[in-house]
Design a protein around this ligand. Structure first.
Ligand code: HEM
Length: 127
């Protein structure tokens, strides 16, 4: 392909594996566990749809759920700076586990960091 998208470069198989490992990490993280559902099946399914379109692949999320409105969808949860950092650490760990490396990792992680920053909707307890 002449102009591969980040989605093309990563590939569906690796992206899906990354998301599976990411939520496995989230389910064990003391700061994140309390705000996520116990059964993450549907969360994983939606995140695979979302990340596919976020990385320039087909608009799977929007086709089924409409506009992502990510910040609004996160408002019911207390997203503190510390939780955003925890989310990103679960992602870095998942990237290490599945062996996502190099420029594409840096590009993807940078975008995730900006989006995570944008999701913060409250301060940490002691601030
Ligand atoms: C859903 C937490 C960052 C994308 C959720 C849910 C929680 C959550 C608790 C609801 C899970 C459920 O009920 O199924 C957080 C925290 C973040 C964060 C603590 C830290 C900053 C992000 C980022 C992205 C993202 C950076 C995208 C780049 C999504 C998507 C959903 C979701 C697509 C599913 C929305 C839906 O229900 O359709 N998140 N999130 N989140 N999050 Fe996050």
């Amino acid at each position: 392909q002449a102009n591969p998208t980040p989605y093309d470069l990563i590939g569906e198989a690796l992206l899906y594996k990354l998301i599976d490992v990411f939520y496995e990490n989230v389910s064990h993280h003391p700061e994140l566990k309390p705000i996520f559902p116990e059964d993450l099946t549907e969360t994983v399914r939606r995140q695979k749809q979302f990340m596919t379109q976020y990385l320039g692949g087909p608009s799977l999320y929007t086709e089924e759920h409409g506009h992502p409105m990510l910040r609004a969808r996160h408002l019911p949860f207390e997203i503190t700076p510390s939780r955003a950092e925890a989310w990103l650490s679960c992602m870095r760990q998942a990237m290490d586990t599945v062996g996502l490396a190099g420029d594409i990792r840096e590009f993807y992680y940078h975008r995730l960091r900006l989006t995570a920053q944008h999701m913060i909707n409250t301060t940490d307890q002691d601030e």
